[in-house]
Design a protein. Sequence first.
Length: 287
Amino acid sequence: MNRPVVVGVDGSPASLAAAAEAARAAARRNLPLHLLHGYLHPLGYGVPLSPYDLGLPVPSDAGQQMLERAVGELATRWPGVHIEARQLAGGPGAALVEESQRAELVVVGSRGLGGFGGLLLGSVSAQVVAHAHCPVLVVRGADGPVPERGPVLVGVDGSESAELAVRYAAEEAARREAELVLVHAEEGRHPESAGGVPPEEEPSTLLASAAAAARDGHPDLAVTARTVRARSAEQALIEASREAALMVVGTRGRGGFVGMLLGSVSQALVHHAHCSVLVAHAYDRAG
């Protein structure tokens, strides 16, 4: 079964940029593309608690016209991609999270309609990033074209989450025929302080292991390993993202709190990276 690439569209520049990148991702994977528009009840509260009182909300004409325009533009640019579009009753975040159980990839813009100007990630995108059942691509590019060329970057820290991120990053770099750059960020550590670090956690060991994992299945992949030192891992990786077309992050790295759905480093990158970010959720399929 070909699970689709799913993208949320609300007519905003950010969501239209996300739709274009979702079409490109679907073309790379040879998968169908589903455009979804989650709409709220006219009173503004989503589907009413008692549908017998007001009835289920109906799709809006404006929403349908917006979707039809988006489908037409995408079909012209990517004629080989099968595209479907539909409206779903209820909040857009909840709709996308539900659809993620049946998707190969969910794509969201960095901020849609109604987003607050001070936030780089809107509430809908943040909800999907935190709760999706498959990988989520957060697209930067509402203010300009999304870079098509450039390396794929991924942070390496030895955690299980980072290992999954490395695997996804290698797959994405192979699809794009791009270089994969593995980055290990050290927070204020100096060479003379390395004595207490277990050998398996040395940066050279972590990076060598990650490089071997990345090349497993992709023997021709160009892989570069790099250690950077900075006051924080967040700042090091945000700075490294300036040169990338895509940054891949795990859901929670080493030292993350179990109750947190997304670790602090991943949160920082999702909000502040200078390129699009792929959040490497493991697949959690509906029955």
